[in-house]
Design a protein around this ligand. Sequence first.
Ligand SMILES: Cc1cc2nc3c(=O)[nH]c(=O)nc-3n(C[C@H](O)[C@H](O)[C@H](O)COP(=O)(O)O)c2cc1C
Length: 306
Amino acid sequence: MEGVGDRCFRRAMASVGGFDEAVRDFIRVPRNGHVKSLACEYIFDEIAPFPLAAQIMGSDLDLMGDMACEIEKRGALRIDINCGCPSNTVTGRGAGSSLLKDPQFLNEVARSVVQSVRIPVTLKMRSGYEDISLFRENVLAAEESGVQYITLHPRTKLDGYGPPARWDLIAEAKSLLKIPLVGNGDILNVEDALNMLKTTQCDALMIGRGSIINPFIFHQIRSHFSGIEYRPQFEDLLNYLHVYFSEIPLDMSSRVKVNKLKQLLGFVFKTNAALIEKRSSILTAQCTDPRDLLDHALPLLKENWL
Ligand SMILES: Cc1cc2nc3c(=O)[nH]c(=O)nc-3n(C[C@H](O)[C@H](O)[C@H](O)COP(=O)(O)O)c2cc1C
């Protein structure tokens, strides 16, 4: 997740575990120029205890293929194609959710990536651009490109994050596809996860915001199936926050560190009603040192944790 799913978050999540694989935040592929210099910044130097995929976003057939190839050389285990980003700066360049306006073109972009690498290629999409009139066409065009599976976030670009995700569209896509389908959108707890699996018959789940709010959600879902109880303790949360904090680059200014921590804590303070009540005191805290922010947040978390 762009702006959140950085190295600090990935390392912190790695210390918790419970999920099968993860995808890095997207890398923009320009419409002209050379991808090598861009991809250089995208070195897979993390020893992740889970398969870590790269996500690319762009609309130039050749450059998307070239970028995938460069990233493959740098150790990515899978390439995911972004057909969902709603940001106007992205869609204005024909990338992200803009690809959903033209199923044939979406197919060509995906095909170009599939044919450029040996590692698996997957595709993440929304249900449409302005509406869902091309939904079926897009789903089938994606499958036809040769991608190994599709992740569906069933909102249109126009929806943004507003209305509830339309899980019925996940069920519809599942009935259309031969390749596996990963369902995504609005899973915040175990009950949501079970409901999505049951009502859509999707093959797997992808959880975004729910994992920033509650990093233990994956273990909790697993625990439902294994029958082995999993109850995260406050110390587990402390350890997660410690790993996150220790991964923040030293050369970052204190102000940026404080804002970064506020962003993460802003999600964690949505975990339950008691924490939601205290959330604004975190977001508006006048701290110049990130340690002061933690000193303010930790007692509140301890008091109200689960
Ligand atoms: C801050 C933020 C950043 C995101 N960045 C990406 C991204 O880089 N690539 C992507 O495919 N989806 C991105 N998404 C969308 C999520 O992956 C996901 O599809 C969406 O949030 C719905 O799922 P959720 O309810 O589990 O969060 C982002 C969402 C948010 C809130």
